[in-house]
Design a protein around this ligand. Structure first.
Ligand SMILES: *[C@@H]1O[C@H](CO)[C@@H](O)[C@H](O)[C@H]1NC(C)=O
Ligand SMILES: *[C@@H]1O[C@H](CO)[C@@H](O)[C@H](O)[C@H]1NC(C)=O
Ligand SMILES: *[C@@H]1O[C@H](CO)[C@@H](O)[C@H](O)[C@H]1NC(C)=O
Ligand SMILES: *[C@@H]1O[C@H](CO)[C@@H](O)[C@H](O)[C@H]1NC(C)=O
Ligand SMILES: *[C@@H]1O[C@H](CO)[C@@H](O)[C@H](O)[C@H]1NC(C)=O
Length: 345
């Protein structure tokens, strides 16, 4: 991983993209992002980031959904909406990465974001892709990323944005896990397609957030979903390692371009992929004992307290929670590593 001084941190990328030689720009005394001063995390993404809200679509969102008339909410609905922690609260039935990172709603129960020391406003929607212009909706109620940010800016920004010191807010985006899988069978040139998807994300989500005063961005790249239990059994995994590397290279390029053209913004790119491949390569170093399979009882609430009833070891020892999602323990490992990355910036 390469740390540059100008507000961008690059992950190792293929030399053919020439990013390693790019120079940081911008005035030397510009305002710098400081993790220690961060008070708000505004999150967008998919099931890996989703948190259940008491005003959310059950199993899918913190608030609202994509059906006509359901994207909006009143100030009252937003301010009384609580994050639910516990079975069904996340894709791991326990705290996820963004909850561990913020420290908000980590304990079982229901939590108002506004009462957390670091507030977590999480508009991620389970099953989301970047945009329905590029890939079909997984269901009519799934809010694509470009519409999550639209939802935030239209209905949440007037309520909470005005009270926020935006230099102390961090926008966190983790997306692409559904896109990479949905497009893996497309005949189109995938590199062009990924580029189009990124263009759409930066044009429709990042620029509008920037114009609204949010200048600190954190991007997480794709985890190694080429190593899911199902993919391990396939002679040609789908998505495969190359697709994931292409997506991550395109993301790095777009983050760099954004950083170059916005001198007063900080755009950080965390290399989830390298970290998690490291966990999969040396699981015992991380207290992980099973990287090939998941516990078949994952969808029964008793599995958290009595995994043995399903023939399983305690879930913290598993990398995979189910076919495509990681356990809460892996989310915590990412959050710990990510915190170090943010602190060292
Ligand atoms: C979702 O966002 C896209 C891109 O900004 C926009 O074209 C589309 O109209 C939005 N969908 C809805 C239902 O507002
Ligand atoms: C992709 O291309 C192959 C070979 O030309 C063709 O057989 C297949 O039907 C195409 N698939 C789609 C979804 O267009
Ligand atoms: C969950 O597991 C318990 C104990 O194995 C069992 O009694 C119960 O029927 C299961 N519930 C469902 C909905 O599968
Ligand atoms: C869990 O999944 C199994 C197999 O798909 C299914 O038979 C069972 O009903 C599910 N249990 C719950 C509680 O959803
Ligand atoms: C991994 O977990 C599955 C499901 O609990 C189990 O069947 C399998 O034996 C485990 N593998 C190892 C290496 O422990």
């Amino acid at each position: 991983m390469k740390h540059l001084a100008g507000g961008i941190v690059l992950v190792a990328v293929s030399a053919s993209f020439g990013l390693a030689t790019s120079q940081p720009r911008g005035p030397p005394n510009q305002r710098r992002f400081k993790w220690e001063e961060t008070k708000h995390i505004i999150a967008f993404g998919d099931y890996y980031t989703f948190v259940q809200g008491t005003a959310g679509y059950p199993g899918f969102s913190f608030i609202g959904d994509y059906r006509p008339g359901h994207l909006s909410f009143t100030p009252e609905e937003l301010l009384t909406d609580k994050i639910v922690q516990g079975f069904g609260g996340t894709s791991a039935d326990g705290p996820n990465c963004i909850e561990y990172l913020s420290g908000c709603a980590v304990e079982d129960g229901e939590w108002l974001p506004s009462e957390c020391k670091m507030q977590l406003w999480n508009f991620a929607f389970a099953g989301a892709d970047v945009s329905e212009q590029s890939t079909p909706l997984h269901a009519e109620y799934v809010v694509p990323l470009v519409n999550q940010t639209q939802q935030y800016l239209t209905w949440a920004e007037p309520v909470i944005g005005g009270h926020m010191k935006k230099e102390r807010a961090l926008v966190a985006i983790w997306i692409g896990i559904n896109d990479i899988s949905d497009t893996s069978k497309y005949n189109a040139s995938l590199l062009h397609l990924y580029s189009d998807i990124m263009d759409s994300m930066f044009r429709n989500s990042i620029e509008p957030l920037y114009r609204s005063g949010y200048h600190n961005f954190l991007f997480l790249n794709l985890p190694p979903v080429d190593r899911t239990p199902a993919n391990l059994l396939r002679s040609s995994p789908s998505p495969n390692k190359m697709m994931i590397e292409w997506w991550n290279e395109k993301l790095a390029g777009h983050v760099q371009d954004f950083s170059n053209s916005h001198n007063d913004a900080t755009a950080l790119l965390y290399d989830t992929n390298t970290f998690l491949n490291g966990v999969l390569d040396e699981p015992s170093m991380y207290g992980v004992h099973n990287i090939t399979d998941f516990c078949p009882g994952y969808n029964n609430s008793t599995v958290l307290t009595d995994p043995g009833a399903f023939g399983c070891a305690p879930l913290d020892g598993y990398y995979w929670f189910n076919q495509g999602h990681i356990t809460s323990h892996i989310h915590e490992l990412i959050a710990d590593d990510l915190r170090g990355f943010l602190e060292s910036h």
